[in-house]
Design a protein around this ligand. Structure first.
Ligand SMILES: *[C@@H]1O[C@H](CO)[C@@H](O)[C@H](O)[C@H]1NC(C)=O
Ligand SMILES: *[C@@H]1O[C@H](CO)[C@@H](O)[C@H](O)[C@H]1NC(C)=O
Ligand SMILES: *[C@@H]1O[C@H](CO)[C@@H](O)[C@H](O)[C@H]1NC(C)=O
Ligand SMILES: *[C@@H]1O[C@H](CO)[C@@H](O)[C@H](O)[C@H]1NC(C)=O
Length: 234
């Protein structure tokens, strides 16, 4: 490579570095901070910062997210109230109906927050209805109508019109975007994607079974018990 080649390579590298630095900074700056922490807290008991916090990023129409839920739910039940869970919807761009179904979760969470997890479970159970190939010939409007019917059947027909108007409320669009941007800011690349006490678990994109959850959480729970006992004796 000649000198000109070197110079060209160097300036390319420099511009890549600068691009990365500024781009990353501007992504972080471009997202305005939401008034409340993103996501849906599971069985909120007000346990607070003392408990072990699992954050799960799920796409409602992703089969691996669906498969990840039962073992996680079982683990949360086992460790309650030592372990808390927050689910963040994360709409993968290659799932055509991921954003609309994530938005449905936000709409329902606003109308009746105790129905959010029930809706998530119903979406997981019947997610095939909203797969790309199944909905390929449907218009956006037809798909939203279908989601509105599905959701009101899941959480109560009395909410039908509220759910329907939720889909034309700009605020619910924005909160769903916040969830997505929050995931991006944490480096989420696929679903399911888990963080425990803020640290990402390895092997993102695949379900974690119950025994694996036990092996991840057992040491943390016994650690925090030890810490508390120590406090008690000091
Ligand atoms: C969470 O709440 C559901 C009912 O809403 C209940 O059946 C379940 O036992 C609760 N799980 C935990 C871990 O508290
Ligand atoms: C909210 O959801 C819960 C759980 O699905 C349900 O028991 C309750 O009746 C709902 N409340 C309203 C006002 O629809
Ligand atoms: C979508 O439309 C195409 C062309 O009309 C048809 O061949 C295909 O079977 C349709 N797919 C579904 C899932 O309805
Ligand atoms: C759970 O997953 C781990 C890998 O993460 C695997 O080694 C183990 O065999 C699985 N256990 C069961 C019971 O499927």
């Amino acid at each position: 490579m000649g000198r000109r080649g070197h110079t060209a390579l160097l300036s390319l590298l420099l511009s890549l570095v600068l691009f990365y630095v500024f781009e990353h900074e501007s992504i972080v700056r471009a997202v305005s901070i939401p008034a409340k922490f993103d996501g849906f807290v599971y069985n909120y008991t007000g346990t607070g910062i003392d408990s072990i916090i699992i954050e799960a990023f799920f796409d409602p129409v992703c089969p691996d997210s669906r498969d990840a839920w039962p073992p996680l739910k079982r683990a949360i039940a086992y460790y309650a109230p030592r372990v808390s869970l927050i689910v963040h919807p994360f709409a993968l761009p290659y799932h055509d109906n991921a954003f609309a179904t994530s938005r449905a979760l936000h709409i329902v969470n606003k109308l009746n927050s105790s129905a959010t997890y029930h809706l998530l479970e119903m979406l997981f159970k019947h997610q095939e209805i909203f797969y790309n190939q199944i909905t390929v010939n449907m218009s956006r409007t037809a798909i939203v109508d279908c989601i509105v019917k599905f959701v009101s059947k899941a959480v109560g027909e009395s909410l039908f019109s509220a759910i329907k108007s939720g889909f034309s409320d700009r605020q619910t669009d924005l909160t769903t975007r916040v969830s997505f941007k929050y995931g991006c800011s944490r480096g989420v690349l696929g679903t399911p994607y888990f963080f425990v006490n803020g640290f990402p678990l390895p092997d993102p994109g695949s379900a974690i079974n119950y025994s694996k959850w036990r092996s991840i959480l057992d040491p943390l729970v016994s650690d925090s018990v030890k810490r508390e006992t120590l406090h008690f004796f000091l």
